[in-house]
Structure formats: C-alpha cells, structure tokens
Design a protein around this ligand. Structure first.
Ligand code: SAM
Ligand code: MD0
Ligand code: SF4
Length: 354
C-alpha cells in the first residue's frame, strides 16, 4: 500500500516537473497527503518549479490598511460592520502618502492600498474615491512604485479612474468558488458581481490577484474547483490564507484546521501554476510563519507594515507590527537562510510590465 501511494505521488510530481497538466484526481490525491515525508516531496518540487521561473528572487509587498471602516458583514472578518467592540481608524491622504513613501524607502517592491468597503468612499453620491485617486497618482508620480488596490468591489467607473491614475493591480479575493459557501462567508454580497468586477479589471489591463480562505468549511472538491477557476480567470497572483478566528465575530468558535493545509495548497498552486506569483502572508502567523510558506513554494512576501504608524493587519490586527517584525530588515535574513534574496525593484517592475 505504502509503495503504491509513493509511486502514485512520484508519478504526479513527475508530471508537475514536466509541466504536464494534473487531473482532478491527481489534485484530490495531493490534497489528501498528510505524511511528513510525502509533504516534503511536494514542497521540494514546488521549490524546484519556483526556481525554474524566479531563480532565488523574492518579491516584497508593503501593506497600508488605510481604513478599517466597512459596510459589509463578512462572517470571518474582524472589521465587519456590526463589530462594535472595535476601535476603527481612517487615515488621511497625507498619512497614506507618508506611509507609502516610508515603505518604498524600506525596500518594498509594491504598495498594497487596502481598506474595508468604507461607506465614506462607497456611499457618496459624487465619487468618494476622488481624494484617494489623487493620492495614488501622487505616490505613483513621486516613486514609480507598482501599486495594488484592495478596496473591495469598487464601482466600474472608479476602477477605470484607478487605472488612469497608474494602479497596476486589483485584488479582491473570492475566498471560495463554491457559491453556497461564499454566501455563508460574505453575507449579503453578490458572488457574481465580485467575480465579474475582477474579470473587468483584467480586461482593463490590471494584473489581478485571486485568493482563497482555507479552514472555513472548504472541501477538497471546493479547492480543486477553485484551482480550475483561478486558471480560467488567468489570475496573475494566487493566494491562500488560513482562516484566523476573530473575537466578537460569528466564526470565532469555528474549529480551525492544521496549517499544513495552507502549506500544501501553496505548494499545489505552484505545481499547477508554476510561473504565477504566490504570496507568503505575514498576516497569518507573523514572521515565525514565513519560513514554512517559502519552503512550500511561495515567492512573494506580503503584509510588510511599518511600526508606529497606527496601522493594523487583517487576520492578525497587531501581531508583529509594533515590534518591527513585519519589516524588510527582518525578513531578509529569513530569505537568506532559505537560499533566497529580495529581487531588485527593476526585476519586479519588469515582471509587472511583461
Ligand atoms: N475589504 C476588502 C475586501 O474584502 O476585498 C479588502 C480587505 S479584506 C480585509 C482582505 C482579505 O483578508 C479578505 O478577502 C480575506 O481573504 C482576508 N481575511 C479577512 N479576515 C480574515 C481572517 N479572519 N482570517 C484570514 N484571512 C482573513
Ligand atoms: C496580506 N494582510 O497581504 C494583507 C492583505 C490584501 N490585498 C492583502 C490580506 O496578507
Ligand atoms: Fe469588509 Fe473586507 Fe472585512 Fe469583508 S473582508 S468585512 S469586505 S474588510
């Protein structure tokens, strides 16, 4: 029995090395692996494929969560509208600008401007996004840094204005491609609208990132469907994050699953889409979780947050921020221990423009 699992695994990994398509059955087989030795084999091939496309270069993203107000009620999220126990903040244009500049100086390759679906932006009759668009323009003009917008399902017109202002990436994570599960997670939000907005963004020339949450009741079948859907979307960056339970939210007592699942999914994403960007987020387990995610085949470190700016993370709102652990200086030695180095800004810019 052990021999046949091993040979089946070797056969699948050989297909991946040859970049031949993996079948649904192959993917379901991989998702069921749990033995340490088997996982190690998968991670090793994931790293081999990462090296084929990215050598030893890793991209690093700065994260500016500039408004924690939100009109939505996602069951998994600390920032859901009805969470009254939270002290929220909204940064000014100047603060956004200053934070972005300090991140650029620290050596990141991209600034990710993120917010909840803040009513101040979304519910105004005239575009409440106007200031933000001007700020983005200024950041772009003064630094030429690639910019990602993660502001939820923004109106089509705003999307076009972001493009004109120089935004490179649009990120909205579906979390799952099982519509029933989606509606339990993103309460009261349209599955189709979220999906269609990112397709439109892609058409308008944005790079797009698609993302999954795991540990939220997702089955192996759901994950395989998501992998296929990500392929159809042609997403440029693919992520998976483990669900982190948040106090005072409906999913606080939801049984969590082992981190192995996230690592395995990162590796499988690499096997299926070897040339895509796949993040290791510092937001889930902080600096101490970085090595495992790099070992699983990730090639982007996300959620660098400058200390002392009063900024929060998402799945871990304060972990590793004020002590400066989510900084470029702290991650470079971890990269080095794994034979990796930060790419140059030019190398990242080249990837973005390809
Ligand atoms: N508000 C925008 C949106 O929802 O698209 C952008 C920011 S939102 C906070 C970014 C992502 O964080 C979500 O799509 C979800 O994948 C992730 N996230 C939120 N709460 C989380 C949690 N408790 N554990 C893990 N990931 C979480
Ligand atoms: C991250 N906390 O990269 C951020 C966030 C949104 N585009 C990204 C989830 O982990
Ligand atoms: Fe709002 Fe985004 Fe959190 Fe949902 S995930 S509640 S849209 S901040």
């Amino acid at each position: 029995m052990i021999v046949s699992i091993t040979s089946k695994l070797d056969e699948i990994l050989e297909k991946a090395v040859q970049e031949n398509p993996l079948s649904r059955e192959d993917l379901l087989f991989l998702l069921k692996l749990s033995e340490k030795g088997d996982l190690e084999k998968v991670f090793e091939v994931a790293r081999q494929l990462r090296t084929r496309y990215f050598e030893d270069k890793v991209f690093i993203y700065g994260f500016v969560y500039f408004s924690t107000y939100c009109r939505n009620e996602c069951a998994f999220c600390l920032y859901r509208k009805s969470n009254q126990s939270l002290k929220r903040y909204r940064k000014t244009d100047l603060e956004i600008m200053e934070t972005a500049l300090s991140l650029v100086e620290s050596g990141i390759h991209l600034v990710d401007l993120t917010m909840g679906e803040d009513p101040l932006y979304f519910d105004k009759l005239e575009s409440g996004f106007e200031h933000l668009i001007r700020t983005v323009e200024l950041i772009k003009k003064s630094t030429e840094i690639p910019i990602m917008i993660s502001a939820g399902v923004v109106p089509e017109e705003v999307l076009r204005e972001f493009k004109a202002a120089g935004v490179d990436w649009y990120a909205t994570y579906q979390e799952t491609h099982n519509p029933d599960l989606y509606h339990k997670l993103r309460l009261g939000q349209s599955y189709t609208e979220r999906m269609e907005r990112k397709k439109l963004a892609h058409k308008l020339g944005f790079l797009i990132e698609e993302g999954l949450l795991t540990g939220v009741g997702d089955t192996d079948e759901d994950l395989v469907n998501s992998l296929e859907e990500m392929g159809r979307l042609g997403a440029d960056q693919l992520r998976v994050m483990s669900f982190v339970p948040q106090k005072d939210t409906p999913m606080y007592h939801y049984t969590s699953v082992s981190r192995h699942r996230e690592l395995l999914i990162i590796a499988i994403m690499r096997l299926v889409y070897p040339d895509r960007l796949i993040p290791a987020s510092l937001d889930v387990d902080g600096l101490s979780g970085l090595a495992d995610r790099l070992d699983a085949g990730a090639n982007v470190v996300t959620s660098i947050i400058p200390p002392h700016s009063g900024l929060a993370g998402v799945s871990n709102h304060s972990l590793d921020i004020e002590d400066g652990n989510r900084s470029v200086n702290k991650i470079v030695p971890v990269l080095a221990r794994h034979g990796l180095i930060p790419a140059s800004r030019d190398e990242y810019a080249e990837w973005v423009l390809k």
